[in-house]
Ligand binder design. Structure first.
Ligand SMILES: [Zn+2]
Length: 80
């Protein structure tokens, strides 16, 4: 499986998990559950010491290294 196909399969797995767990089976997923699953699938990554470099990817931690940011594959789509 190519790198992109592998990434896409993680996104699909995450979407199915989130929809099933929150809408259909009503497991009451909270932010912690979502974060844990996203980390497991590599969709978000710890920002680490280079937090500022991750700001554009969504990290909003107050102290570098305490937060998470979208992984490179999840950057916002642009028209560029
Ligand atoms: Zn950070």
């Amino acid at each position: 499986m190519g790198e992109h196909a592998e990434f896409l399969s993680k996104v699909v797995e995450f979407a199915r998990w989130a929809i099933r767990g929150s809408c259909w089976e009503g497991l009451g997923l909270d932010g912690g559950d979502v974060q844990e699953k996203a980390v497991e699938l590599g969709l978000i990554v710890p920002c680490g010491k280079d937090c500022k470099a991750f700001a554009a990817q969504g990290c909003e931690c107050e102290e570098a290294g305490q937060g998470f940011a979208f992984s490179p594959g999840l950057e916002e789509a642009t028209d560029a």
